[in-house]
Every structure is written in structure tokens, then in C-alpha cells.
Design a protein around this ligand. Sequence first.
Ligand code: ATP
Ligand code: MG
Length: 474
Amino acid sequence: MRKTIAKAIPKKDTIKNTRNKTTVATASFDKPLIFSRDQHPVSRKLMSPNALKVLYRLNKGGFDAYLVGGGVRDILLGLKPKDFDIATNATPDEIKALFRNCRLIGRRFRLAHIVFGREIIEVATFRGHHENASKEERNCTKTSKQSDAGMLLRDNIYGSINEDAERRDFTINALYYSAKDFKVYDFANGVQDVKDKVIRLIGDPETRYREDPVRMLRAIRFATKLDMQISDSTKAPIKELSSLMANIPAARLFEEFLKMFISGKAVANFEQLRSYNLFGYFFPAVDQALNQDTQEQDFLLDFIMLAMENTDKRIINEQRVTPAFLFAAMLWYPLQKHIQQIKVTTQLTPQDVFFAALNEIMPEQQRSIAIPKRFQAVIKDIWILQEKLGRRDGKRAFKTFEHAKFRAGYDFLLLRAQIEATPELIELAQWWTDFQEVSDEARLQMIKGVRSPQGSKRRSPKKRRKPSAKTTES
Ligand code: ATP
Ligand code: MG
């Protein structure tokens, strides 16, 4: 059985649970607490062999190199790290010179990616304090840049490990493991916070949130993911500073959306985000609708909750998920509202009404989260399929069944049927469930048994041909 930190750290080093009580040992950025190999469970067996290769190569090249962040923290917690991040005193160019499989990325935060097939080991040069940087460095927008609101637009001032630790976000993330001496270096009492299960920002919380508002999201995400509590001082300014979220570029918010909602903790993160008034920065239209008190909004909340529960379950069961599904679910009722509004003010055909509503809602959403085009296309397909699934006569059912996104559209229909629970939707969902399970012959019989839905007679009946068994899916 894997040793956890509680067992691994000897009594003499433990700090009592309450911070006011006498402490035996306290870390500082000048003088970290050092845990030798027999005092911690961070074993090389639990690390990615590629991360170890990178550590060894950097060391051999004459550089300091440490495993840092989630890789150390998660092993201390007895969890399997998601990825392995490395910090070093080698500059990005020096790292690149050591590894053939190295890509330098990022402008705001320059990093090296060492690529091993599907695994990427992220290597960051120790960050330093901006106030310690030379005048030249500070004036160079490539290395350091801060907005008027205090947000760090570039963070490429390099420094020592001690400075690097101080620039990390939370105490539990400022733990460094060396593959040279196998020790864990703890600069901010992170080991104790791991034991106490506390998320605590390093430094003054308000300043740190102003530097990078994403830290508010990270606090929530680590709390739900690691089942930890956010410390009072780290929690306190979040609501008040929530408007800083507006400064996060839409492309970065897409990345954060994935980490928040496509990680198996969507429901918990959604609830936390709402409680800190942060959810609206991801989905303004949804947030606005949720804050209104109508029956439609009850549907909306139930619907997105069910969609998130399903997503969480799928991730936990290691099934594939597409972010497009959750986007489609989030925006479905706001889309319907746009459709209703356009319907009463124009004479457009149902199809044109749909596209008009789509052209209103998507650009509005894109201002918050930059949804990549490939996902936008799937969102649209899922929505269009809702209408298509309702039309089952003639060849239509077979055509819909062959649609590349049929499965996502069908799953979406099931959710709608579960939430709205109208007899029509329940019948439709059941029909499609049966349709997938029976033979082609039986499918033809099912189609014959369908009564034409309202409005399906737009096309001249002459143009419609009887479906033949040959037209079924290949
Ligand atoms: P996980 O990878 O499991 O989500 P992690 O802690 O490794 O968690 P990463 O996003 O991989 O998180 O970042 C690696 C490390 O970089 C963090 O542990 C933290 O020390 C530092 N870091 C990341 N983002 C920030 C930030 N916005 N501000 C300060 N430090 C950060
Ligand atoms: Mg990581």
C-alpha cells in the first residue's frame, strides 16, 4: 500500500493543526523545510519515467531541476498525478539545447514542452520577482508586462528557486522534489497544508488575484478536485474581486472551462462558481436566465445539472466526452428564448428563425469563451438534430440515423425528454431508442407507424419517395 504523507512525516516535523499553536518547524522562502527520502512518500516509482529522464538530463547538463506542483502534491495525497511539471534554473534556450524533442511555447509565460509521444513534460525556468528585475528587463515587454489593473501580462523574469516558490499560486503547489538528493523542499508550509487539506494562496491574496484572476478559478478547482477547504483569507476577496474575471482572455477561459467542466467535477465546480459569482463570466446568458424566477429557468437548471452529472459520470467511467455537448446543453434554453423572441417579431421560416437565433447567441457566448470552430460545428449539429429527430417519416429517420453526430443528438434528446417529460418527447426518445435496437425491416415498420409531425408537409408529397431497405445505413 502506498504511504501517505500523514504516515510518512515523522512527529518532530509536524506542525500542530491550528496555526496559532506552537510550531516545531516553519518554512520560509529563504529557508525551506527539507524532507529527506525517509520522511516522505514521493517515490520515483510513482513518477513518469519521462519526467525522470528530463530531471536527470537537466542535472547532467549542470542545471538544477525539480519536480514541482501537482506531481509532488498529488503523490503526497496518495493520488496519481495528472501530469508532471518541472522547474529548473536552465533558461528556455538552454533547455532547448539539451532536448531534441523540445518545443518552446507561450508568450505570457514562456515554457518548454518536452514531447514524448503523447506525453508532454512541461519545463519552466524559475520565475523571479518583477521588482528585482533589471530596468532593462522590466522595460522589455517580452519579459515583464503588467496591466493598469495589476494583471501580469508577461511573466518571463527569471530568478532563483526561492523566488520561484514565492511566485507559485498555492502553498501546496510550492513543493519541489529533487531527483539528485530525493528530498522534498517545502517553501511555504505546503506539506502541512496538504495534511490539513487547505488551499492557501502564497502572499497577499488580493494582489495575487489581481496579478492573475485565474487563480480564483484554480482555488475552486483544487478544492473540489482534492476535497480540500479554501482558507478564509484566500476565500475572502474572491466575491469582491469577481469582476477581474472579465480581464481573462476568451481563449484562456476556454482552457479553464475544460478544466472546470470536463474533469469529472463539473457539478461541484458549477455550484462553487455560482456561490462566488464567477459562473456568469463563463456563460453570461445562462447566468442571467438562472437568476430569473420562471418555470423555464427551473428547466434550465435541471437540464444543465443533468448534463453535467452525465458528463462527470462518463469521465469517471473513462468514456469519451465532447465539450460541445455541454455547451449545447448550457445554451439550449437561452437559444429557445431567442427563437421565441424572433418568432413573434418576424415572419421567418422555422429554419431561418433557428439560424437567426444561433447568430445572436453564439457571438455573444464567444465573447466570454472562445469556443474552437470544430466544437461550434458540433454544437450546431446537436441542435439541428433535435428538429431532425422529430421528423421520422419517409427516408428522414434513416438519414438522421446516418448523421455523423446522431449519437450526441440522441443523447441530447434523452436529456430533454427526462427534464421536460412531455408525452411527445418521451415517445420520441423511446422511439429512437427502439429504432437503434431493431432490424432494418422492423425500422421500416416503425417508420410506417409514425404519424407525420406537424409542419412536415412543407415539401410537395410528389418529391417524397418511399424509403427502401437499400437506403439504410451501411
Ligand atoms: P494539475 O496539473 O493537477 O491541474 P498543477 O498544480 O500541476 O495541477 P498546473 O496548471 O499543471 O497545475 O501548473 C503547475 C504548477 O505551476 C502549479 O502547481 C503551480 O505551482 C504553478 N502555477 C500554475 N498556474 C499558476 C498561476 N496561475 N499562478 C501561479 N502559479 C501557477
Ligand atoms: Mg500539472
